[in-house]
Design a binder for this molecule. Structure first.
Ligand code: SF4
Ligand code: MG
Length: 465
């Protein structure tokens, strides 16, 4: 998901809509905006579909006045998939003794099932099936006297990954979980302030990047400026390495490093670890493009657009239904026949999850007359599900959990298939020594199976670590 908030600007909702539009790659299912204006109180709009379709008409935007606002774009992860109702669309709103508050959450609460059951037993009435809603109910039960303190209280009771943007009538609040699994940045816009999942959402509105919110940090922004506290015990950062590989936009920067550069460097690592003789390096666009550029630069094999993407399709993976996802590959990608016929092609993609994309693309490229296909993947084999806000399927659906590399090569039917090593990925992400196995610098659970936060709901349901 993507979150965005701003305070101290005229017509906050317009900035929120623009910011969400820049974060659309983080969730395309639905979006929502809440603002506050003294004359009308809290105002909200929640819609299915894309920001550009939902939050551009003056009819909608006029209903969202105010100088403070937050928003969310939704990407449904396990549990709520396929069954999304408009009530699952964030931001969520709650009315407390000291006034209303709204929150938008990116990540996943890993003990939400347990917390929810306890809350329901004690009388909470849930409106949605979202894991994020328990935060509002925990806030309602807190004895603290300010919204920010109540939010801290609530977040101390949940486990998991959260980058949250919240608002009251007068304050904008940003907070990241103790490990900082999901991104959140602070920006300055004239006299106002901005919080956003990624820096690309600052760029679109011309806001200046100030800094990242730190793992375990809460910032409260009001008329008197930014107040920072660290309400949780610090445990060192475990940022999601898959944000580097796929999830974030390449024009964003993470940890002071351009995401594009990290991805290009993964391609360089791949070319060193898994060289091959070939005529062309072609990305599976768009997610494989920066790594393909790096592979081409390092190997000296010419880069070419052997596959062309229809820009009017979204991200295949994020399409919740399996059937549409299967069709999706062909609807979205087409082979550039004239280019690949008779050529030995290195295909570069960011990840193999179920294997659907790779299998289809291999078929298409062979039909187009390529003489050899070599697959290079800009992440290690995805062997474990993510419980922290990225929608990897259960283990039984993950190709790499069922097959060895050689079996995958055989199944996909290519001349060679190689994944970048975990150390190669860490080097590309700026860790010269590779992965520190005693205290890894990132979360890489989907590749390593080492979960930095125990996914306790899943463990209760029989998931074995
Ligand atoms: Fe990111 Fe993978 Fe960790 Fe999920 S399990 S937070 S996708 S690195
Ligand atoms: Mg892709």
């Amino acid at each position: 998901c993507g979150v965005f908030g701003t305070i101290g600007v005229t017509d906050a909702a317009n900035f929120v809509a623009l910011g969400l539009h820049a974060l659309q790659h983080r969730g395309q299912e639905a979006g929502g905006i809440i603002t506050y204006a003294p004359e009308s109180g809290f105002n909200s709009a929640h819609r299915f579909g894309l920001v550009r379709d939902s939050f551009t008409s003056t009819k909608v935007m006029e209903t969202l006045p105010g100088t403070i606002g937050i928003g969310h774009v939704r990407y449904s992860t396990a549990g709520t998939k396929g069954s999304t109702s408009i009530r699952d669309v964030q931001p969520f709103f709650g009315e407390f003794a000291m006034g209303g508050a709204a929150i938008a959450h990116n990540g996943n609460i890993t003990n939400a099932g347990t917390v929810r059951r306890e809350l329901i037993e004690r009388g909470s009435i849930f409106q949605s099936s979202s894991d994020s809603e328990c935060i509002i109910h925990l806030m309602a039960r807190s004895y603290q006297t300010t919204i920010a303190e109540r939010l801290k209280d609530a977040l101390r009771r949940v486990e998991g990954a959260f980058s949250i943007v919240a608002m009251t009538r007068t304050k904008l609040i940003g907070v990241r979980d103790p490990l900082g699994v999901r991104p959140l940045v602070l920006g300055r816009l004239g006299e106002g302030w901005v919080l956003a999942s990624e820096t690309c959402a600052l760029d679109i509105i011309g806001a200046e990047f100030v800094r990242e919110i730190e793992p375990g940090e809460m910032v409260v922004i009001g008329a008197e400026g930014v107040t920072s506290t660290h309400p949780f015990q610090s445990r060192g950062s475990r940022f999601c390495i898959f944000e580097q590989v796929y999830f974030s936009r390449p024009d964003s920067s993470l940890g002071g490093r351009s995401v594009y550069e990290t991805r290009r460097q993964i391609g360089v690592e791949l070319a060193r670890e898994a060289p091959v003789e070939a005529d062309l390096v072609c990305p599976v666009p768009d997610s494989g493009t920066p790594a393909a550029i790096g592979y081409s630069q390092e190997s000296g094999i010419p880069y070419a657009m052997g596959i062309v993407r229809n820009q009017y399709m979204g991200r295949t993976f994020i399409e919740p239904s399996e059937q549409i996802r299967n069709m999706g590959v062909r609807l979205k990608l087409n082979v550039n026949r004239a280019l690949v016929a008779g050529k030995r092609v290195v295909l570069v993609d960011d990840s193999v999850v179920r294997g659907t994309t790779s299998l289809k693309i291999k078929q298409m490229i062979l039909e187009a007359g390529a003489s050899e296909v070599h697959f290079r993947i800009a992440s290690p084999p995805t062997m474990w599900p993510c419980f922290y806000g990225v929608d990897t399927p259960e283990r039984s659906k993950l190709l790499a959990a069922r097959m060895t590399e050689e079996e995958m090569r055989d199944y996909i039917g290519v001349e060679s298939l190689k994944f970048v090593s975990l150390d190669g990925l860490y080097r590309a992400a700026g860790e010269a020594e590779g992965r520190s196995n005693s205290c890894p610098q990132f979360c890489d659970a989907c590749f390593s199976g080492e979960y930095p936060i125990v996914p306790s709901d899943m463990v209760k349901r029989g998931f074995t670590l």
